[in-house]
Design a protein around this ligand. Structure first.
Ligand SMILES: Cc1ncc(COP(=O)(O)O)c(C=O)c1O
Length: 425
């Protein structure tokens, strides 16, 4: 069993004292220069657990006794993100800046350029939103669909990727067709075949998650989008779980529209999303929220969808800091760590006879999320014990486990040890 890193070494203890002292004199004056540096980039190769444990201790505020396994709902804000937001708020309160401290009338060009580069698209194909739900609703509400037009969804969509189409069904008489896809497919092509073979003469849109919210199942997005395009059908990807969990290159994926949630896996604070439309495809959408220049496609392009009235710009300062934090860690190293942690979850779940692994155990189909089911009906004692041990997860009889880089392997072992104790009592 991996040792639980409850004890801080001298350097970490001093770091904490220094940051705490700054926070005591003025909680908003944690300067970027005072943030602990990342450990040597060579450490992950020689001692990955020590490296990531130090990242947790230095870069996150999570107390040692807290086990967070619900990143799929919302990520944990790291120190650099918190610092970026608080320092922006402080400068805004002092009006110590040229611009009006807000977003909602601004195009945020440098920020969108940097974000677009990371996502493999153009600045003018990208708009910042508050979350994925908003981006999905902008797409569904913005397309000129007519009564009788068909939209295909999978049977495993999140409400944020479903209800936006249901509104159109009720309001405009479009037809929403739900296609069943396997929970544990044998081959990626199985999912593509199910979805593409459902396309009929009235199908206009195929809308699906790149990673399924409940089970973490990875869909073959590129293959599905390419096949949809060949049939003249618009592809909409609910990518809430993709950005930050796995490499995303929007150009290569070939989807027409994509909705993202950087506040899940990209270290962004709650309230950050994005909307992507290939080439000029955002021009085809009607905005749901309109302010001045709502129709200025020529100059604003995708930024038309950011003319939504006054909003808190500190959130996007945090989102940019989250992106830079991810880049400084090395995205590939982060993705590899996420899968390493998920592999551990899958292995330990399969070793327990009182549990059933619902999600796929084929590494082609998962990255950071796994789902287990308790065979026993009476699981309240297990849930109570998990709560007592300060373990945070999503679910009840079925539990979704989603770990990020701050999760220690010992956290996952503790989760199963707590379950063992109650289930085997
Ligand atoms: C697949 C999927 N789509 C959409 C959403 C909604 O995301 P947000 O809360 O960022 O709008 C979620 C949230 O869990 C999700 O899992």
């Amino acid at each position: 069993m991996t040792t639980h890193p409850l004890t801080l070494n001298r350097r970490q203890a001093l770091n904490r004292v220094a940051v705490a002292a700054m926070a005591f004199t003025n909680p908003l004056r944690v300067r970027a220069a005072d943030l602990p540096a990342l450990p040597s980039q060579h450490l992950p190769q020689t001692d990955a657990n020590t490296y990531w444990t130090r990242i947790r201790q230095d870069q996150f505020l999570l107390p040692d006794d807290r086990i967070f396994l619900n990143n799929g709902s919302l990520g944990v804000t790291p120190r650099p993100v918190l610092q970026a937001m608080t320092s922006y708020l402080e400068r805004a309160a002092a009006m110590d800046m040229e611009e009006t401290p807000r977003w909602g009338y601004e195009t945020l060009d440098p920020e969108r350029s940097e974000f677009a580069e990371f996502l493999g698209c153009q600045k003018d194909e990208l708009a910042f939103t508050h979350n994925c739900t908003e981006a999905m609703s902008t797409i569904a509400n913005g397309l000129d669909l007519q009564a009788g037009d068909e939209v295909i969804l999978t049977n495993q969509e999140h409400a944020g990727g479903t209800m936006c189409w249901r509104v159109q069904e009720k309001r405009r008489g479009i037809r929403v067709r739900v296609v069943e896809i396997p929970v544990t497919p044998r081959e990626p092509g199985e999912i593509t075949d199910r979805l593409i073979s459902a396309i009929g003469s009235r199908t206009r849109v195929l809308s699906f998650s790149g990673i399924i919210t409940t089970t973490g199942l990875i869909l073959p997005v590129k293959q599905i989008c390419q096949s949809a395009q060949e049939k003249g059908v618009i592809s909409v990807v609910d990518g809430a779980h993709m950005d930050g969990q796995m490499p995303v290159n929007l150009r290569e994926l070939g989807c027409d529209y994509f909705a993202g949630s950087p506040h899940k896996w990209m270290f962004a604070p709650a309230g950050c999303g994005f909307l992507y439309g290939r080439n000029n495809l955002l021009d085809r959408l009607w905005p749901a929220i309109a302010s001045a220049r709502w129709d200025d496609k020529e100059q604003l392009k995708s930024a038309r969808f950011m003319m939504v009235g006054t909003n808190n710009r500190a959130i996007f300062e945090g989102m940019m800091a989250g992106l830079r934090f991810l880049k400084s860690l090395g995205p590939d190293a982060v993705y590899a760590r996420l899968q390493h942690l998920a592999n551990l979850v899958v292995r330990l779940a399969k070793e327990r006879s009182y549990l059933e692994l619902i999600s796929s155990d084929d590494p082609r189909f998962y990255q950071a999320i796994a789902k287990v089911r308790f065979k026993s009906q009476n699981i309240q004692p297990v849930l109570d014990a998990l709560k007592r041990n300060k373990i945070i997860f999503l679910g009840g009889n079925e539990i979704r486990l989603s770990a990020h880089i701050h999760t220690r392997p010992s956290d996952i072992e503790t989760f199963f040890a707590v379950c063992d104790k109650v289930a085997r009592a």
